[in-house]
Design a protein around this ligand. Structure first.
Ligand SMILES: [Zn+2]
Ligand SMILES: [Zn+2]
Length: 176
């Protein structure tokens, strides 16, 4: 994963806007973790970072598209990814309410300054925007459990019971 840090301590009070279109933010972890999808349209993100005493807010949008494979029929399809986010990133060890390590995500403290780990933050937002079970369409009919045909393209013969004596024998075996 690439290192991409934005120094947050000295930002103007109303924050500053940053844009990112470095594909390695997303492409590196996809390759590193051998994830089952690839980038179709390049990703880009626009974020506004606003400093506070004990952390910073990060709001913005993330866009691009992926080639995913359908959870039902395993065909590949293009999935547009758009995410809008508004997060508070606490500074580590600031005050008592931020002591739990689980509260500290994408802020790094170095030489008395705080930095937002933008690559980590944008990778997390990307992951949150992905569907748990990607479907090529909500009406996808999936694959036939018996012959493996893609039922969106073809009416396989398995459904027509009794049309094939070999399958009829198979069915009666399963039932007994
Ligand atoms: Zn499908
Ligand atoms: Zn079939």
């Amino acid at each position: 994963m690439i290192e991409l840090l934005v120094e947050t301590t000295n930002l103007p009070g109303d924050g500053r806007e940053f844009s990112f279109d470095e594909q390695r933010i997303w492409a590196d972890p996809i390759a590193e973790f051998h994830l089952p999808y690839r980038i179709a349209e390049p990703f880009s993100a626009v974020i506004r970072v606003v400093p506070h005493a004990d952390g910073c807010t990060v709001e913005g949008t993330l866009r691009g598209s992926l080639v995913l494979s359908c959870d039902r029929c395993v065909e590949e399809f293009t999935y547009p990814v758009t995410a809008e986010f508004h997060e508070f990133e606490a500074y580590p060890g600031g005050d008592s309410r931020n002591d739990a390590p689980s509260d500290v995500w994408w802020v790094v403290a170095k030489d008395g300054l705080h930095y937002l780990d933008v690559a980590g933050f944008l990778w997390e937002q990307f992951q949150l925007a992905l569907p748990e079970k990607p479907l090529c369409t909500v009406l996808c009919r999936g694959m036939c459990a018996e012959c493996g045909a893609n039922k969106n393209l073809d009416e396989c013969r398995c459904a027509a019971s009794g049309s094939d004596p070999r399958l009829a024998a198979f069915h009666s075996m399963k039932l007994s």
